[in-house]
Structure formats: structure tokens, C-alpha cells
Ligand binder design. Structure first.
Ligand SMILES: CC(C)(COP(=O)(O)OP(=O)(O)OC[C@H]1O[C@@H](n2cnc3c(N)ncnc32)[C@H](O)[C@@H]1OP(=O)(O)O)[C@@H](O)C(=O)NCCC(=O)NCCS
Length: 170
């Protein structure tokens, strides 16, 4: 059953569904407004073509009026490789923050990772991005390493965080 049908991340007022090609302009807009390292339309499109569609999710408010074709409150993009999940991007539109949408997106992707028998989830976050680090810590992620000058514009260290989902078989 698809994520859209299961609606795995649903919470009051929000549906978490698969991202499609039609969502990419809005996804890129949210990316640009969120200060993330730039992927841009082409990279998201390529990921949609080659990645697992259940690991590219958007949060859609159920009741909000669609204003100027905008309907997406946030999104998350991850990739599964050899039993590991790499969370590449997560962002919530400024006007929708602190309503539990980031947490719902993260929990949805973790739920999907468990379904895929992922053993460990990883992500990198700017060392100064305490809001995101708090969100990840609340979902069980722990800081495991620091990468010097990992980011540019502006230069900043990355904190590598991981969440063990399943013990590897001996
Ligand atoms: C990080 C981000 C995705 C969080 O999204 P969100 O929908 O606002 O997060 P939630 O409402 O689900 O918050 C869940 C918890 O995270 C923590 N948190 C989120 N934003 C926070 C902030 N600005 N300051 C402190 N803690 C924060 C809180 O513990 C919060 O729980 P609470 O609201 O009950 O206190 C959002 O701030 C964002 O898009 N930031 C810009 C992009 C970004 O930094 N992405 C991460 C890149 S690694």
C-alpha cells in the first residue's frame, strides 16, 4: 500500500503524502527560504526518478486555503542504501513552524525506514542549528561525530547524528 493511501504521518490537520514532480517548485521555494544547502529542482527531480518514492514526503495542511498555488507546509527527503537511511533534507515553511510538522515528517520517514528494515538512520546538521538538533534528539538521534568545515556559505561544522533502528544480525 502506498504512503499516500496509508497516510502514515497523519496528525491533526496534516497529511503526510508522497512528493510528486508537481510539488517540486514549492519544495524548492521552501528549500530556498529555509537556508538549506541548495539542491534545486533538477536534483529533487533526479531523486524522484531514482530514489524510493516512499522516502520523499510532503506535509499538506488539510484545511488551509490554497493561496497562489501553494499547498505544501514542509517536506523531507531521505535515501536508503545498504540498510542505512540517510536523511538529506527536511524543512518546514516559516509560517508553519512549531506546530509539530517537522516531527511528523521525521517520524513518518523513520516509520518507513523500519518497514524497509533499515538498521541505522544518519543525518548531518549545522553545528549552530540548535532547533533542528533538538527536533532530532527528541526523536532519539544522538550526535556521533563532528565534521570540520563541512558546510559552506557560511562555513560551519556539521554534527553527524544517528538513530539505531535495528541491531545488525551477528
Ligand atoms: C528544523 C525544522 C524542520 C523544525 O520544523 P518544525 O515543524 O518547526 O518542528 P516541530 O514543530 O515539529 O518541533 C518539534 C520539536 O523540535 C524542537 N524545535 C523545533 N524548532 C525549534 C526552535 N526554533 N527552537 C527550539 N526548539 C525547536 C522543539 O523541541 C519542538 O518541540 P516543541 O515545539 O514541542 O517544543 C524547521 O525549523 C525548519 O524548517 N528549519 C529550517 C530548515 C532546517 O534547518 N532543516 C534542518 C536541516 S538539518
Amino acid at each position: 500500500m502506498s504512503i499516500a493511501a496509508r497516510n502514515i504521518g497523519s496528525q491533526a490537520g496534516i497529511a503526510i503524502v508522497r512528493m510528486t514532480e508537481h510539488d517540486l517548485l514549492e519544495v524548492v521555494e521552501i528549500e530556498e527560504q529555509s537556508g538549506l544547502s541548495r539542491w534545486g529542482w533538477a536534483a529533487y527531480y533526479a531523486e524522484l526518478q531514482s530514489g524510493n518514492p516512499n522516502l520523499m514526503l510532503i506535509a499538506v495542511p488539510r484545511q488551509a486555503a490554497i493561496i497562489e498555488h501553494r499547498r505544501i507546509a514542509g517536506y523531507i527527503v531521505a535515501r536508503e542504501t545498504a540498510g542505512e537511511l540517510h536523511i538529506n533534507n527536511v524543512a518546514v515553511r516559516g509560517s508553519y513552524r512549531r506546530r509539530g510538522i517537522g516531527r511528523a515528517l521525521l517520524e513518518s520517514i523513520i516509520q518507513e525506514a523500519r518497514r524497509l528494515s533499515v538498521t541505522t538512520a544518519f543525518l548531518e546538521v549545522r553545528s549552530g542549528n540548535l532547533a533542528a538538533q533538538k527536533l532530532y534528539e527528541e526523536s532519539g538521534f544522538k550526535a556521533i561525530a563532528q565534521r570540520s568545515n563541512y558546510y559552506s556559505d557560511p562555513a560551519e561544522d556539521a554534527v553527524v547524528m544517528s538513530l539505531v533502528l535495528m541491531q545488525k544480525p551477528a
